[in-house]
Each structure stands twice: as structure tokens, then as C-alpha cells.
Design a protein around this ligand. Structure first.
Ligand code: NAD
Length: 320
């Protein structure tokens, strides 16, 4: 199979590209990435010499770049996105452009080429906050920040191409990923890299917000299962079954790095901060036989080890 991955130089994309080529060495994989601040070609330095891997620097919003990269591809997995909620609250233009218009450009090209599978990587944030219970795939979408609104728009457009043109679209909605190669603006790598440098960790408000944590390798396995067996026109929730309040998460990171609670610095809460996301993952478990394997304690240990060993990777990205 020849596969187009977009955003493959980012966090989840680079983990996926590595896993896919390891498991499917006969497949050809093209990675189209704009290399924004969040994307680094070096994230895949170890596979650059692989003859089945091609990197194309380009923008998913450009028809020309997309047509070139998607040539002869049978499947497309769209990871490319602007992803940081705080940045979207400051300015949402790039979020709408990439997370919505970019998806349209990809869909149009996929339709023209009769692509056999189009996987749109979405997020649990499209459900909005879930104070009680867990979100099922047919629940109403209620995105509450510009990032998640743009992601919801992107996945709805993708699904409309299934209904209207019969393009075989599948959507995944995953919870918060963590693991190697995550840009240190996101909470887990931010806290780890701060603590390694002897800096305090900024905790929003009381730290009562709850997120579910999914080890990135588990998410990549889920996407792999969806690529092989996922049904066109379907949405799959992908969660780690590891819900934690932010304060609990912070304490676990502190403990892993041997630091005390005096390293916590309370900061003003994020505007419109969703209290909780929670996914019901029964569908993917039952239909595709996928379940998250990595317990949070184990995944966190491995992640901390990776950031300790790879200071060269992150030290230029941290602000001060
Ligand atoms: P990331 O920010 O680490 O990487 C995004 C990648 O997309 C970068 O390599 C960047 O250069 C590239 N990119 C951005 N705009 C582009 C454009 N216009 N054209 C081509 N490439 C472009 O993101 P991530 O955390 O790896 O997330 C990947 C996907 O998974 C996103 O769609 C995100 O919404 C989704 N997701 C992420 C999480 C998470 O916890 N990280 C959770 C749920 C869903």
C-alpha cells in the first residue's frame, strides 16, 4: 500500500510513521508536513534512509502541495493540525485555516483520486466538557474553544464527503496523548522539562480539571487497527482509561522526578477551561479488538526517561 501521512513530523505523526514502517516494511509512506514550530524533520531522522519513506515539505492548504504528495496514494491519514488550545485562544486564524480549510483540500484531492481510506484524526475535545458519564460516538458535539471548534468543523466536513460523495472517511477521536517527541508546550513535557531544569511547574487554577491520558504508542496501534479494519463512515473514540485531575497528574510527575509540591506554581486558569473530558471506548474495543495497553505509571516513567535522555532534542524549544 502507498500511504500519505500529513503532519508526520509532529508528535503523534512521527510516532505513527515509525510504527507503521516497522510493522509494514513493504508499504510506501509519504509524509507531507509544513514544518511549523511544532514539526521537526529530525523527529524521523532514524528512518530518513528508508527507501520506502518520502518526506515532502508542504502545506495541506495548498492544492499543489497536496496533489504532489498524494499522487498514487491509496490511503490518507491526516494528523496535520494546529494543536495548542492556548495558542488558539490568543489567535485562531491558523487553526481555522489548517484544521478546516486544509481538511477540505485533502478531501477534494482524495475524492479526485478515489482514495480507498481517509482517516481524519480528531479529538475528544469536540464533545466539550463532560461533567458526568462518558461520551459515546453518537453524542452531540459541543466544542468550547477555537481549537476544538476548528477540529469539529474539520471532522464534520470529512464525514460530509462520506455521505455526499461516498469517500471512505473514518474519524478517530482520541484523548490526551503523551510520550516521546511531544513539543514541550503541552502539559506533560512542559512539566518534565521544567523540573529537569529546576524550574517550577505552572498549574492552572485549582488543578481540578480532569483529562484522560493515552500513551502515544497505544494511539498509534489504534490508528493502525482503524487503517486495517475501520469501517467507512464510522467514528471511533480512542482513550487510555486513565482519567486524572490535573493536580493528581502534577503530583505523579513531581514524584517521578523526585521533586516536592513546593515546585508547583499556581497560575490564572485558562479561559473557558473545560472541566472534564471522558470517552466511552466500547465501540473500538468490541468492533476492532483494540484496547489501550500502557498503564499511566509505566507510560509516564518511559516518557520521563526519554526527556532525560534527549535533552538535546528539547533544549532549544524551551523558552527560558
Ligand atoms: P503536533 O502539533 O505535535 O504536530 C502537528 C504537525 O502538523 C507538525 O508536524 C506541523 O508541522 C504539521 N502541520 C501543521 N500545520 C500544517 C499544514 N498546514 N500543512 C502541513 N503540515 C502542518 O500535533 P500532535 O499532538 O501530534 O497532534 C496530531 C493530530 O492529533 C492533530 O490533528 C491533533 O488535533 C490530534 N490530536 C492530538 C492529541 C494530543 O494529545 N496531542 C489528542 C487528540 C487529537
Amino acid at each position: 500500500m502507498k500511504l500519505l501521512v500529513t503532519g508526520g513530523c509532529g508528535f503523534i505523526g512521527s510516532n505513527f510513521v515509525r510504527l507503521h514502517l516497522e510493522k509494514n516494511p513493504q508499504d510506501e509512506l509519504v509524509n507531507l508536513d509544513k514544518l511549523t514550530y511544532a514539526g521537526r524533520k529530525e523527529n524521523l531522522a532514524d528512518i530518513e534512509g528508508n527507501k520506502n519513506y518520502t518526506f515532502v515539505q508542504g502545506d495541506i492548504c495548498s492544492r499543489k502541495d497536496v496533489a504532489k504528495a498524494m499522487q498514487d496514494c491509496e490511503a490518507v491519514i491526516n494528523f496535520a493540525a494546529e494543536t495548542h488550545v492556548d495558542r488558539s485562544i490568543e489567535e485562531s486564524g491558523a487553526f481555522l485555516q489548517t484544521n478546516f480549510v486544509g481538511v477540505k483540500v485533502l478531501l477534494d484531492q482524495a475524492k479526485e483520486q478515489n482514495v480507498k481510506k481517509f482517516i481524519q484524526i480528531s479529538t475528544d475535545e469536540v464533545y466539550g466538557q463532560v461533567v458526568e458519564g462518558s461520551s459515546g460516538e453518537s453524542d452531540r458535539l459541543d466544542p468550547r474553544n477555537p481549537y476544538s471548534a476548528a477540529k469539529a468543523a474539520g471532522e464534520l466536513l470529512a464525514m460530509s464527503y462520506f455521505t455526499t460523495y461516498n469517500l471512505p472517511v473514518v474519524v478517530t477521536r482520541s484523548s490526551n496523548n503523551y510520550g516521546p517527541f511531544q513539543f514541550p508546550e503541552k502539559v506533560i513535557p512542559l512539566f518534565i522539562t521544567n523540573l529537569i531544569r529546576g524550574k517550577k511547574v505552572p498549574l492552572y487554577g485549582e488543578g481540578k480539571n480532569i483529562r484522560d491520558w493515552l500513551y502515544v504508542a497505544d494511539n498509534c496501534e489504534a490508528i493502525e487497527a482503524i487503517l486495517q479494519k475501520g469501517k467507512a463512515g464510522e467514528v471511533y473514540n480512542v482513550g487510555g482509561n486513565e482519567e486524572l485531575q490535573n493536580i493528581e497528574l502534577t503530583k505523579k510527575i513531581l514524584a517521578e522526578l523526585g521533586k516536592g509540591e513546593e515546585m508547583i506554581q499556581r497560575v490564572t486558569d485558562r479561559l473557558g477551561h473545560d472541566l472534564r473530558y471522558s470517552l466511552d471506548c466500547g465501540k473500538i474495543e468490541k468492533e476492532l479488538g483494540w484496547k489501550a495497553k500502557t498503564a499511566f505509571e509505566k507510560g509516564l516513567k518511559e516518557t520521563v526517561e526519554w526527556y532525560k535522555k534527549n535533552e538535546n532534542w528539547w533544549k532549544e524549544m524551551v523558552k527560558e
